[in-house]
Design a protein around this ligand. Sequence first.
Ligand SMILES: Nc1ncnc2c1ncn2[C@@H]1O[C@H](COP(=O)(O)OP(=O)(O)OP(=O)(O)O)[C@@H](O)[C@H]1O
Ligand SMILES: C[C@@](O)(CCO)CC(=O)[O-]
Ligand SMILES: [Mg+2]
Length: 387
Amino acid sequence: MEVKARAPGKIILAGEHAVVHGSTAVAACIDLYTYVSLRFPSDSDDDDTLKLVLKDMELNFSWSVTRIKATLSHLGSPFPSTPTTCSMEVIKSIAVLVDEQNIPEAKIGLSSGATAFLWLYTSIIGFKPATVVVTSDLPLGAGLGSSAAFCVSLTAALLGSLNSVHLDKNHQGWLTYGESDLDLLNKWAFEGEKIIHGKPSGLDNTVSTYGNIIKFRSGNMTCIKSNMPLKMLITNTKVGRNTRALVAGVSERSMRHPDAMSSVFNAVDSISKELSTIIESPTPDDLSITEKEERLEELMEMNQGLLQCMGVSHSSIETVLRTTLKFKLASKLTGAGGGGCALTLLPTLLSATVVEKVTTELETCGFQCLIAGIGGTGVEVCFGGLS
Ligand SMILES: Nc1ncnc2c1ncn2[C@@H]1O[C@H](COP(=O)(O)OP(=O)(O)OP(=O)(O)O)[C@@H](O)[C@H]1O
Ligand SMILES: C[C@@](O)(CCO)CC(=O)[O-]
Ligand SMILES: [Mg+2]
């Protein structure tokens, strides 16, 4: 049997980092996906290996199931309906299994992904041989939620292989999970994100699971129905960074300056709330589309200033801000910052010539630009053929 799953990446319109400290954030999924295929060997195959193939990275991991079982069977796996946090002790045991794979130094960042994989696989499936193949449209470690899309798509494929989920396995093409299965899936993906991020807010896995545009605060989400066109240029500075280190850096700063940082987080909370109100408010209302766009641009600039206060901007992001400002366009970093991607609002009346000019200038700096569709469906699974 083969189960395929795909989960989208995301952009954060407002509230990254502050959301880890209890502020509101607004995020939308984008139409770039991570894909997972899960295949169990037939009973006649004499196969004792669990394989993880990271196709885009040209990396093949393979573990003996007997060896994994010797390391983890004391946990009582599998426990698919009880999402559980991987303890530090178990992370260390899994790290030994991952280290044995001799990941090249240049790709060592993938070890946290491999650790999350082993935790999710053994917790949900147990000790069974299988081959899991992962591919992704998303740049890794660039602020577009690759870690969450990885955890969500993997969990979707794993849960999809169980008989306990409520899915029509004869359906041809992509299928969405029902609400209670989605809730379970999201909880497991959050446990995977904890292994990769350290202290995630849950925003990224939630938007990848449920899709749409969401407002999120302290683990609770509300879907936002946008009443205006939202076209964003995404610029990838290609400066690598790691969300875990950036999140830890903000927490350290907030321990050194608790009062000042709490004011920063409060200001971000107000920005996210105002931004979601503007997006949702009916048009024509008291504000025209252009007026709404101007307010959004101002809020994005304010949010970017506060992200600078948190210490997560980067000279490459400042270059994007300066370049887009020459064309009177507002930008902010998106995701964890420290490099990675920036968002630029493209107003409805902006001419195609200006979009082309700004894109060319950003690309001349060595950056990569794209316009993604935002706010579509979240995670999906597939058992049959895909047309
Ligand atoms: N397709 C994938 N295959 C394996 N591991 C992955 C994959 N995608 C992400 N990861 C894991 O997630 C890590 C990147 O996560 P990180 O949170 O730092 O960045 P991001 O999720 O792309 O950005 P952000 O969290 O700011 O949105 C990778 O180093 C890897 O360990
Ligand atoms: C930086 C952060 O706010 C968003 C990363 O995409 C971390 C998180 O919310 O877990
Ligand atoms: Mg991430």
